[in-house]
Design a protein around this ligand. Structure first.
Ligand SMILES: [Zn+2]
Length: 182
């Protein structure tokens, strides 16, 4: 019986495992390479692996989630070259959709005209409110972080005026929001 068992193990190595098992030691941190990711200079470890054990290195990358990680690292490098974190923030800011919505809001028997989104064009709301109030000779006030309310049913006129006054806001980036509860 004992002999059979020995033979069994001898003849059937686990699939996918190569004998003899070898432990790779990292040339950078001298730890077994499984521990490299805990090493403070992991980037250097990876560089060493790429140079000396390219097979292991590519497996490592696969485990980490494939090419995605590599690309991220590349992107990160490029970004840093282009001017550091400031650039990242700028990029985010540009991603905010620039959109102005003008809609009517019923207030009892009267109506108010609400403008939202001027700030996405980096406009100063207080200045805008003043300009609009003068133009339409009506009550006009900043009522939220990106919201101006004008007294009266003047949505169409307001849209025309905005397009005229602030040319950076074009036809496609202003929306007639109709009438809605506010
Ligand atoms: Zn290492």
């Amino acid at each position: 019986m004992a002999t059979e068992t020995e033979e069994y193990f001898g003849q059937a190595p686990l699939p996918g495992v190569q004998y003899p098992l070898t432990v790779h030691y990292c040339g950078n941190c001298s730890m077994p390479i499984e521990f490299c990711e805990f090493c403070p200079s992991y980037e250097k470890c990876k560089a060493w692996l790429e140079q000396n054990l390219p097979d292991v290195f590519s497996q490592l990358n696969t485990k980490d989630g494939g090419g995605g990680d590599g690309e991220d690292a590349e992107d990160e490098k490029k970004r840093q070259k282009r001017g550091g974190k400031g650039m990242v923030r700028l990029k985010k800011k540009d991603d905010t959709p620039k959109k102005v919505v003008v809609f009517l809001s019923p207030r009892g028997k009267k109506k108010t005209t609400v403008i939202m989104g001027l700030k996405t064009f980096d406009l100063d709301l207080k200045a805008c409110s003043k300009t609009l109030g003068q133009k339409f000779a009506c009550g006009c006030s900043v009522t939220g972080p990106d919201e101006i309310v004008l007294q009266g049913d003047i949505k169409e006129d307001v849209i025309d005026f905005i397009l005229d006054k602030w040319p950076q806001i074009d036809d496609d980036s202003i929306e007639d929001g109709g009438e809605r509860k506010h």
